[in-house]
Design a protein around this ligand. Structure first.
Ligand code: FES
Ligand code: FES
Length: 157
């Protein structure tokens, strides 16, 4: 049966098998390869996207379950050629080494700051605990998210 996914503001009409994951559809059908395959078991966060503004593990989300919902991937964050404040902060703090975890980290951070612009260091660590960085860039990642939190707060008021 066909269904429609709304990804980064664009509707896509798709036909997939019932068991196909959102991660697989994003990468293989829509060529949105910024979302990464890590563990495939919901344990690493590399595949994190936003569904209705909330971080979700796309490797654990059946594609059809996301039909009709607003999905945002790392490719959909920039606006009119300007990076999202969280992306800018990651660059400024060099909050990555190999970069494999980075899209998932950024999507989790964007979801976190959307719900809590004043997130403390402890809150950032607690809420992003499920995102794994095998390069161990955690200090810089937390610093980047803290920095982005300050910017989001200024821009929102
Ligand atoms: S690939 Fe989805 S959580 Fe690891
Ligand atoms: S920067 Fe390499 S996994 Fe995080």
């Amino acid at each position: 049966m066909a269904f429609t996914l709304l990804v980064n503001g664009t509707e896509h009409r798709l036909e997939t098998s019932l068991e196909q994951t959102l991660l697989s559809v994003l990468r293989n059908d829509l060529n949105l390869t910024g979302t990464k395959y890590g563990c495939g078991e919901g344990q690493c966060g590399a595949c994190t996207v936003l569904i209705e503004g909330r971080p979700a593990r796309s490797c654990q989300t059946p594609a059809r379950a996301a039909a009709g919902k607003k999905i945002t991937t790392i490719e959909g964050l920039a606006r009119e050629g300007n990076l999202h404040p969280v992306q800018e902060a990651f660059l400024e703090h060099e909050a990555f080494q190999c970069g494999y975890c980075t899209p998932g980290m950024i999507m989790s951070a964007v979801g976190l700051l959307a719900s809590q612009t004043r997130a403390s260091e402890q809150e950032i660590i607690r809420r992003m605990n499920g995102n794994i960085c095998r390069c161990g860039a955690y200090d810089r990642i937390v610093a980047a998210v803290q920095s982005a939190a300050g910017r989001e707060e200024k821009s929102s008021g």
